[in-house]
Design a binder for this molecule. Structure first.
Ligand code: SAH
Length: 363
């Protein structure tokens, strides 16, 4: 059976009119799904029963569910979301017939004085295998649908209201997966987050982070996207970046630079670079010089990120002296730079620590 959440408003209108119902019913149903985020047809109180019954016969109404959560000392909350579909529905897992398993992704709610930020996932696992990131070690299982991506934001918004008495203020697409390798679904989901029929969030409060899929960065510009773009750079030297991020082999820095120039020219947006400080790997003064040189091509802001240990990582975070020298050099070149201490590391909720069994036995 098809999923009602895969229908656009126009498609839903056609279905409703096909049942000889008034067209405005489609808009009402759409609002129940996307604005009020109900979990069943039953909850759509102003829709005629006959119409709901007909829809229910033809379309599934599936939602992601909160499976579990963990709260950090710093108030950050990590959520495990259970997807409705079982492993037997996923091509890669079809051979595993012994047990039916559910799929899971993770999201994080990060409160601060002035903000509550939701960090959301776009894929179950990730294919990129960056050496420092826990998610890569899971491998890639499947893309999330636009509905599943959007619902993480909607659910975390409800959670934010109940825990912190505040709505979400920001969304970062920095959880599991490479969003630009699930381009259409991610863009459709963010469109809904920004839409008046969804969460009406301003694009300036949304940041999508990519490991650097050059073609898709150009597409973001062509599609006139308005949200912020962050690039996980981690080195401005191809040899070092190749050793950390296999994606650099097909998307080397030269290609990335030309894509980012194109993006900046078309959108006018400043580029945010994320730079993980790894002891002895990318944190000496030459690395800082190379980074400063790399940043000359477009207006940038750099977020230096403290490395969070992962189970499989052999890296160490930079010491204070290296960090200090690195920051001073960049500041002397008038580059905007922030030092980010990740939150939630005590519960493995921080950047790069999102990994789960992804498939757990269903019972
Ligand atoms: N695939 C996207 C989004 C997911 S990663 C991307 O690569 O940008 C989100 C951020 O967490 C990236 O900047 C990533 O480089 C960073 N990260 C990954 N592993 C980390 C770790 N162990 N410690 C700190 N940050 C990490």
């Amino acid at each position: 059976m098809e999923d009602i959440k895969k229908l656009s408003l126009e498609q839903l209108s056609e279905v409703v009119v096909g049942y000889k119902e008034k067209k405005f019913r489609a808009k009402q149903i759409y609002e129940w799904i996307w604005k009020k985020n109900v979990n069943s047809y039953d909850e759509m109180t102003n829709i005629p029963k006959l119409l709901k019954d007909r829809l229910a016969k033809r379309y599934n109404f599936n939602s992601i569910k909160i499976d579990s959560f963990k709260k950090s000392k710093d108030q950050t909350i990590k959520y495990v979301f259970k997807l409705h579909e079982l492993s037997s529905d996923v091509d890669e897992l079809k051979n595993n017939k012994k047990t039916e398993k559910n799929l899971f992704v993770e999201g994080v709610l990060i409160p601060s004085k002035s903000r509550v930020t939701a960090c959301i996932s776009t894929q179950v696992g990730c294919a990129l295998k960056c050496k420092f990131c826990a998610t890569g070690s899971m491998g890639f299982l499947r893309n999330l649908s636009a509905g599943e991506i959007y619902e993480q934001v909607a659910l975390l918004n409800k959670e934010s209201l109940s825990y912190f008495d505040r709505k979400l203020t920001n969304v970062v697409v920095m959880g599991m997966g490479e969003p630009l390798n699930n381009y259409k679904n991610t863009i459709d989901a963010l469109d809904k987050v920004m839409s008046k029929n969804g969460l009406s969030m301003s694009p300036s409060r949304i940041t999508l982070s990519t490991a650097g899929v050059s073609d898709k960065i150009k597409q973001l510009a062509d599609d006139n996207t308005k949200f912020n773009l962050a690039v996980s750079l981690h080195s401005a030297n191809d040899t070092v970046r190749n050793s950390l991020m296999p994606i650099n082999k097909s998307n080397p820095l030269k290609r990335l630079t030309s894509a980012l120039k194109y993006y900046n020219k078309k959108t006018g947006n400043r580029i945010i670079f994320e730079y993980l400080m790894l002891d002895g790997i990318n944190d000496n003064i030459n690395d800082a010089h190379e980074l400063a040189e790399f940043c000359k091509s477009f207006p940038v802001k750099i977020n230096l990120i403290e490395y969070n240990s992962t189970k499989n990582g052999n890296f160490k975070k930079s010491n204070r002296d290296s960090l200090g020298r690195f920051v001073n050099l960049l500041k002397s070149k008038n580059i905007i730079i922030n030092i980010r201490k990740s939150k939630g590391s005590d519960i493995d909720a921080a950047c790069g620590q999102l990994v789960n069994e992804a498939i757990k036995t269903n019972n």
